[in-house]
Structure formats: C-alpha cells, structure tokens
Design a protein around this ligand. Structure first.
Ligand code: GTP
Ligand code: MG
Length: 183
C-alpha cells in the first residue's frame, strides 16, 4: 500500500476517563464545538465525536470517546478501551477525591484495554476547573500531581478550564502528538 496515502488519514482513538462531574464532557464540547454549559447532565454509557486537526505536516482525526464517570457504568469499559491510541485522565483541581481516584482509572484502563506495551502507552492528565480556583494553595497539591505523573512514566499534565477555554486546545494537541508517536 502507498504509505503516503495512508499517512494522510490517521484516525486516533482517544478515551476520556475520570470521576463524574470533573468535566470530561465539558472539555470535549469546548474542544470540538467551542461550547460550554453550566448545566450538568451526567453522561450515560459512552459516545464519541470526531475532530480533525493538523499535527505538523499531518492531518489527523481524533475520535474522542466521552465516557460516564458513574461507577455503575464502568462495566462498559473494555469494549470501548480496545484499540485506544491515548487515554486522557481528568480530575477536578478543587476535589481531591477525584485525584485520588486516578490510580483506579489508570489501572483499570491499563488492564482492560488489552495493551501490547502497557509501559509505553500514552496517557495525558488534565486538572480541570482551574477557573474555580481562588489563586491560593491548590486543594490538590501540585507537587503530588507531578510526582504521580513521574511515577507513571512522565505523563504530560495540563491545568485546564473547559469553562474559560483555557489550555483545552493545547492539551488535545499534546494528546494527538503523543498518540501519533505511539501508533
Ligand atoms: P460524567 O458525565 O457524570 O462522568 O461527568 P463529566 O466529567 O462529563 O462532567 P461534565 O462535563 O458534565 O461537567 C460537570 C459540571 O461541571 C457541569 O455543570 C459543568 O458545567 C461543570 N464544569 C465542567 N468543566 C468546568 C470548568 O472548567 N470550570 C467550571 N467552573 N465548571 C466546569
Ligand atoms: Mg460526561
């Protein structure tokens, strides 16, 4: 097959994971539709949207799977995780228990996704709702976050706000880049 043709269209499967209410759907809607809603409607099951973007000389299509943070839907996991190119973990910088839950999300994903090389699989971490933070000490200590990322093979980390569209574009560009590298 002509590799130049194949290279022109790259589909990257990206999974958003994290506790309910951290802003997975809001981040996706901001990134793909440039829209934000204050209204919280919990995701049920999982669904995807696609977005095309340019990474250096390549046009790639991100297929972004938005999942439900609610525990009762977690059994849907493995069917959705299979074939993923990147996993985006999201927590709320103002809610420590959503950070504490990251180990479970990370490990469940790694186990269920049936990865060829789990150590090399690309994750990205987003600390969302930074706009709600009052500028004093963060509830989830940044040192702890960085340590966690280092301990998991240097996971790239972004503070984001889906509401104010802060770092959303940058984070998903990073997602696309490291997903491409891992292809
Ligand atoms: P589940 O679908 O239940 O897993 O939750 P989710 O992670 O998809 O959360 P969702 O995106 O639905 O956001 C939950 C609530 O937080 C909504 O009311 C959003 O408006 C709000 N929210 C999301 N992101 C932000 C943000 O960056 N800043 C602020 N202030 N609110 C946010
Ligand atoms: Mg949701």
């Amino acid at each position: 097959m002509d590799t130049s043709l194949r290279r022109k269209r790259t589909l990257l499967k990206v999974i958003l994971l994290g506790d309910c209410g951290v802003g997975k759907t809001a981040l996706m809607n901001q990134y793909v539709y440039k829209k934000f809603s204050e209204h919280y409607k919990s995701t049920i099951g999982a669904d995807f949207v696609t977005k095309e973007l340019q990474v250096e000389d390549k046009t790639v299509t991100l297929q972004i799977w938005d999942t439900a943070g609610q525990e009762k839907f977690q059994s849907l996991g493995s069917a959705f995780y299979r074939g993923a190119d990147c996993c985006v973990l999201v927590y709320d910088v103002n809610a420590p228990r959503t950070f504490d839950a990251l180990n479970t999300w990370h490990d469940d994903f790694s186990r269920q996704a049936d990865l060829n090389n789990p150590e090399a699989f690309p994750f990205v971490l987003l600390g969302n709702k930074i706009d709600l933070h009052d500028g004093q000490n963060l509830t989830v200590v940044e040192e702890k976050v960085k340590e966690w990322c280092e301990g998991r093979g240097n996971i790239p980390y972004f503070q984001t706000s889906a509401k104010q569209n802060y770092n959303v574009e940058e984070a998903f560009l990073c997602v696309a880049k490291i997903a491409l590298e891992n292809e």
